[in-house]
Design a protein around this ligand. Structure first.
Ligand SMILES: Nc1ncnc2c1ncn2[C@@H]1O[C@H](COP(=O)(O)OP(=O)(O)OP(=O)(O)O)[C@@H](O)[C@H]1O
Length: 305
């Protein structure tokens, strides 16, 4: 039974194994209802697997998943209210974008054809070209348009915008935010481009090696760490005994990221001649997921350089 008080997505003790790979390891989580949540994590962390199991496209090895209060697998009531947009979406061979958008109202009860038409125009998508002949960015645009114009109460975007160029990605973020403001719904975005989406995320869930290591508001996440910069001796003295998330230095200067400082601690730092710098969501997540940027994507490496 669906109840109005049930969270849209409720996951408890979810484990998913592929042979000897544990892709999800005892995950318990509720996604914040009517919010845009970033599902973030390094390559292979388990983001796609989580979305596949929650959307009923794959079975859990163990644990419980409730979507709109019900099991999602082969459940038409649940599936009609969610959309899952992913990069490698398959379409019938002869399909053109106009066929995809023509069929969409059969699957999505909130489908807004006018909004779709506006997005087709925004992304300059050729409607009459076979899907097989579309460029990567045009193919991404097909998914993005379906995900937005479907206005499903629960929408998952699994990096469907990887092929979009910077201008098209900005259009996506702008349209997503504007439409969400008018039609609030539960949207989960997985992405590597954390700084690009940081402004539209209200909530962040970070997954690392199949486990949830962060689930909080984006604001609380940003406030949870500060970078202390100054002479090495003064910085070392100030951070002694604190949890250090990241450390770097050049010559006699040090820059150390520590967990949240309260007002008194911030005053002490300034009195000791230190500078305090905010930590971006991207830096925070790179640093919390083991400070290793190597596999996290080019944008993250750039942010650290
Ligand atoms: N069908 C499968 N068979 C075997 N292993 C799999 C399968 N699907 C996923 N895995 C493994 O499960 C782990 C999680 O993969 P998943 O695709 O969920 O990660 P991800 O966070 O989406 O990664 P990325 O950011 O690289 O897309 C990885 O180690 C992956 O190799």
């Amino acid at each position: 039974m669906t109840t109005s008080t049930a969270p849209v997505v409720e996951i408890s003790g979810l484990t998913k194994r592929f042979g000897d790979v544990t892709a999800l390891d005892d995950v318990s989580l509720t996604f914040k209802t009517d919010a845009i949540t970033g599902l973030l994590g390094r390559n292979g962390a388990g983001k796609t697997t989580l979305m596949q199991t929650v959307t009923g496209q794959d079975f859990a090895s163990s644990g419980e998943i409730r979507v709109f209060g019900e099991h999602p697998v082969e459940n038409a009531r649940v599936l009609s209210r969610l959309s899952f947009i992913k990069e490698n979406q398959k379409y019938p061979d002869e399909f053109k974008p106009k066929h995809v958008f023509g069929c969409a109202p059969w699957f999505y009860e909130n489908w807004d054809a006018d909004f779709a038409a506006q997005l087709i125009d925004d992304f300059q998508l050729p409607l009459n070209r076979r899907i097989k002949k579309l460029s990567r960015g045009q193919l991404s645009a097909v998914g993005v348009i379906v995900g937005l114009a479907a206005r499903a109460p629960l929408t998952f975007f699994d990096e469907p915008y990887l092929g979009l160029d910077a201008v098209a990605r900005q259009i996506f973020y702008d349209r997503l935010l504007a439409d969400y403001s008018e039609h609030p719904r539960t949207i989960i975005l997985s992405t590597h481009l954390i700084d690009e989406v940081a402004n539209i995320l209200e909530h962040v869930v970070v997954i690392d090696k199949g486990r949830i290591i962060m689930n909080q508001s984006a604001e609380a996440a940003r406030d949870s760490a500060t970078t202390v910069v100054g002479s090495r001796g003064a910085v070392d003295a100030f951070v002694a005994g604190r949890t250090v998330l990241h450390r770097e230095g050049v010559g006699g200067l040090a820059s150390v990221t520590v967990e949240r400082l309260d007002a008194d601690e911030r005053r002490d730092a300034v009195a000791a001649g230190l500078e305090l710098a905010p930590v971006s969501l991207q830096q925070l997540i790179v640093r919390t997921t083991n400070s290793a940027a190597a596999d996290f994507g080019a944008a993250d490496r750039e942010a650290l350089s």
